[in-house]
Design a protein around this ligand. Structure first.
Ligand SMILES: Cc1cc2nc3c(=O)[nH]c(=O)nc-3n(C[C@H](O)[C@H](O)[C@H](O)COP(=O)(O)O)c2cc1C
Length: 181
């Protein structure tokens, strides 16, 4: 099956380090096989826990869900904020719970066929800084039955700093090719 990659951006600024690292990882992928969505623009609505009820996703949420369903590979692109995912990315995961509760979405079934990757940037070079966010995404994805593609972490603070992290930029080149998992 041809692979198609959905890149989900979640930084509070545009054209920052995490998206630059993601662009480096996407460089060898056919542009026709890439879809890029910014979870901040337009923003996702708040998550409401309606259990035991549910509502079907509409608007921006329906757009993101359809893009996820159409992709074989989902790439969460996120700066590290307070050792965690930034709120737009975390909010999407919260909505996934709502999609699980809305049976007509079929989410619980079709999400199992997806592979998920994580690409982050952070200021602190201490490699343990990314442990909580990587574990959280990996465990959540595994719980959903998704395949774990792996994580790519880079270091940078000001916009453009990531270009100085030659190790991360080097790893980006084959990160999405399947050699790393
Ligand atoms: C709200 C906020 C929280 C942050 N928390 C952390 C942190 O916990 N650890 C860290 O190393 N860097 C932290 N940073 C720095 C960012 O991760 C860093 O600037 C990153 O390169 C931003 O990525 P972006 O350019 O894609 O937005 C934080 C930045 C902001 C704005």
């Amino acid at each position: 099956m041809d692979r198609t990659f959905l890149f989900l951006l979640s930084s509070a600024r545009r054209d920052g380090n995490s998206v630059a690292l993601a662009r480096a990882a996407a460089a060898k992928i056919n542009p026709q096989a890439q879809v890029w969505l910014d979870l901040t623009d337009p923003p996702l609505p708040p998550y409401r826990d309606l259990r035991p009820g549910f509502v079907a996703p509409t608007g921006t949420l329906a757009t993101v869900m359809a893009a996820m369903q159409a992709a074989t590979d989902i790439v969460l692109v996120a700066p590290v904020y307070w050792y965690a995912l930034p709120s737009p990315a975390k909010l999407l995961l919260d909505h996934w719970s709502g999609w699980l509760d809305a049976p007509d979405t079929g989410f619980a079934h079709w999400v199992r066929g997806k592979r998920i990757f994580l690409i982050t940037s952070r200021a602190d070079p201490d490699p343990t800084v990314t442990t909580p966010v990587e574990e959280m995404v990996k465990r959540s994805a595994t719980w959903l039955g998704m395949a774990w593609g792996g994580a790519l972490h880079g270091v940078g603070d000001a916009v453009g700093d990531i270009a100085q992290d030659q190790s991360a930029m080097q790893r980006a080149q084959c990160f999405l090719s399947g050699d790393n998992h």
